[in-house]
Structures are given as C-alpha cells and as structure tokens.
Write a protein that binds this ligand. Structure first.
Ligand code: GLA
Length: 388
C-alpha cells in the first residue's frame, strides 16, 4: 500500500509534540469515481476507487471525557468534551466530532481521547477529504476503545456524521470507497442492496489524471441538498401512479415523461440525468471489463454534459477543463467528479502525453481563469488501515 511515510511521520510528530504519548495511527484514503455521479443517494450504482492520497490520524486514550484535537494542516488545536459535543464554526473538527456523536448515539462505550490529524488529500478538491477524515476517525476509535464495530458499519457512521455535523446529505459512495478500496481495482457498488464487486482497473498505457480547478464554490453543500430533494420530489410524483417505486433506481424515462415533465421542467431534467447515468454506469463498467477505454471515455464526456447542462452542478472552471481536452486524441474521457461546483476533473490520458498536456492546460487555465491549476496522477490503493 502506498503509505506516505512522510505524512505518517508528520502526524506522529504532531501528536507527540501536543500529547507526548505512543499513539494508534490510521490511514484512510480519498477517492476517485470513474462514472456514476449523483447516483448513490438515488439507490443506483457507483464505480469509485480509493487513491494514494489519504488522511492520517494518530489517537490515544484519555482517562477523562476531554477530546483534544490538533490539525497539522491548519496548525490549530480544538478542545471539547464528550458531554458538550456540538458542531463548531471552525470547520475541520466537525468531521471528527460528528463521528464521536454517532458513536455515543449508538451507545458505544467511548472515553476522552487525544487526536492529531494530517493528510495529503487536497481539501475541497472533490476527492472526499471529509469522508477520509470520518473513516480514519471511526476506524481509529474502533481500534482504540475495542468497540467491535464491524467493517461494513464504518462507512455508515461516517456518512451520518457528515449529515449531522457538516449538514451535507451525502450518499454512501465516498465513505464506502475510503473503507473498502482495493489496490488497482474499482468498486462496483450497488447503493440499494450494498452488494459490491471489485473490478480490475486495467488502463494499458493510460493513467488517471486529476486536474484540480482549485475552486470550491460556496453553493456546493446547499445545492447538493437541493438536488437530492429534487430527485425525491420526482420520485414522489411517479409514486402517485406506481406505488412500487421507491427511488430513481425504479424509474424509467417513460415514467418521467408522463408524470414528472408536465409538472416541472427543472425536476424533470434532474431526474432524466440520473436515469440516464444509471444506464451509463452499467454499460461503462462493461466497457471497462472488456478493456474498451474509448467507449468508457465517451460515456464520461456524456456524464459531464449531463452534470453540466441537466443536473447543473458544474461551473465555468470545470467546463473549461473538460472542453479543453474533448478533441484531444490522447484523452479518452474526462468529466467533473464528485458533488460539483469546483474540485477536480477526472481524465483518462495516454501516459506519454500527460506531461505535455499538463503544461498546456496550466498555461491556458491561467490565461482564461487567472488561477493556477494543480495536476495529480492518481494511483489506486487499498482502503482504511491501521499503520501502528
Ligand atoms: C459527494 C457525495 C457522494 C456523492 C457525490 C456525487 O461526493 O459525498 O455521496 O453523492 O458527491 O456523486
């Protein structure tokens, strides 16, 4: 597993400088998603994978109810107690405190603890640094207090922490990918049954290139929750005629034409994107299994167009980066990734063309947007693990 030894050392030093003990150290990765965006909370499929960028936490027990946190990334401390847990304006502690709150609500016997956190998942990049923090925390506290929580429960505790302490009504994809990631594989996850299959990610001469817009538009979380509510409204209108329908998973285009389009054109567009994306993922996954990267890449562009024009969660910077590679023969597919309104595009690019492409895009992005672009080649790695 690609453990960033420097990061591990840094979190250990941060911990010992602040708390002066031998900690338990856990790594939990960020994720990419090949195709299947905004399908998880609609009970569809997703195709994510854990990457080599991760969050590291170091924890030790306390004999009281205090929670003492230190973030290396922000060089900030935060203190509270098990008795007075609530979301804070500070931001970063919420992903940790939300997990603690869930453990208490589920009656797990935890005590106070010290925790230092650091990582190399760029924040706000659409690579799910928040899910990585939640999963690292729940995994570490499970170890530290010997709570006996089964691995398959961990992502759900992280997801609920995000709902309650960060206010984002996210699906399960990010936390699931962080915990269950497998080196060189993507996870085909059915978000309804929660069955999953590991599919080898064979890219023969191509690599996954992430291009970070370095913007995170503030509407991200409120618009995310609005999209989720719009999908639920569409389902409710269909359900009036088809009581067996419980989510967009059960809905087809004919139902949308009949029962949603006449009521609201915007909600129709949102639902149409999701219904089409469900299909794109299933066929795209078959393309990947057959090694037909061209066919998969074409679907990635279609996903982007749906996210941009119908689901309307893209932004100028993301559209610019996708349009800039659309006709490039060395790029088989590209699209915005994650919740939207900023963050990264995911690109499948011929290995030898990567350096030239980055140089070219850095220049044109700067000229057009007046900002720097960051580029990373994502390696697919294992999920959450105990380092020491
Ligand atoms: C965010 C959420 C996920 C998922 C994606 C969009 O990353 O946390 O649950 O909905 O957006 O696919």
């Amino acid at each position: 597993m690609a453990i960033n030894q420097l990061m591990k050392e840094k979190v250990l030093q941060d911990f010992q400088r602040n708390f002066d003990e031998e900690p338990t150290i856990v790594r939990s990765p960020g994720r990419v998603n090949i195709i299947g965006e905004h399908t998880d909370y609609n009970n569809g499929f997703v195709l994510p994978a854990a990457i080599d960028k991760a969050v590291y936490v170091a924890v030790s027990r306390r004999n009281d109810d205090a929670i003492k946190l230190y973030s290396g990334e922000f060089d900030e401390s935060f203190e509270t107690s098990l008795k007075t847990l609530k979301p804070t304006d500070k931001g970063w502690p919420n992903y940790i405190l939300g997990v603690v709150d869930q453990l208490i609500k589920r009656s797990y016997p935890i005590r106070g603890f010290n925790l230092a956190i650091d990582g190399d998942v760029p924040i706000g990049s659409g690579l799910s640094s928040s899910a990585a923090v939640e999963c690292a925390t729940v995994f570490a506290l499970n170890e530290l207090f010997k709570l006996g929580i089964e691995k398959k429960e961990l992502p759900f505790i992280g997801q609920k922490a995000e709902h309650t302490f960060a206010g984002v009504m996210c699906g399960i994809m990010d936390q699931f990918a962080s915990v269950f990631g497998k080196k060189d594989h993507v996870i085909k996850l059915d978000c309804q049954s929660l069955d999953y299959e590991y599919v080898p990610l064979v890219l023969e001469g191509y690599k996954i290139l992430l291009l970070n817009t370095n913007v995170k538009h503030s509407l991200g979380s409120s618009e995310y929750n609005t999209r989720r509510a719009q999908c639920e409204q569409g389902v409710a209108w269909v359900k009036e005629h088809h009581p067996e329908v419980n989510s967009l998973r059960d809905v087809n285009m004919e139902m949308l034409h009949k029962y949603v389009q006449p009521k609201d054109e915007v909600i129709y567009k949102r639902c149409k994107y999701v219904v089409e994306e469900k299909e794109r993922l299933l066929t795209g996954c078959e393309d990947l299994k057959r090694g037909d990267l061209k066919a998969l890449g074409k679907k990635m562009f279609e996903t982007h167009d749906g996210l941009s024009k119908e689901y309307e969660v893209s932004c100028e910077e993301l559209d610019f980066l996708v349009d800039a590679v659309r006709d490039n023969p060395d790029v088989v597919g590209a699209r915005m990734m994650g919740g939207g309104f900023g963050g990264c595009t995911i690109n499948i690019v011929k290995e030898e063309a990567i350096d030239g492409l980055i140089d070219q895009l850095e220049e044109s992005y700067r000229a057009k947007m007046g900002m720097d672009l960051s580029a990373y080649i994502a390696q697919i790695e294992n999920g959450t693990s105990l380092l020491s």
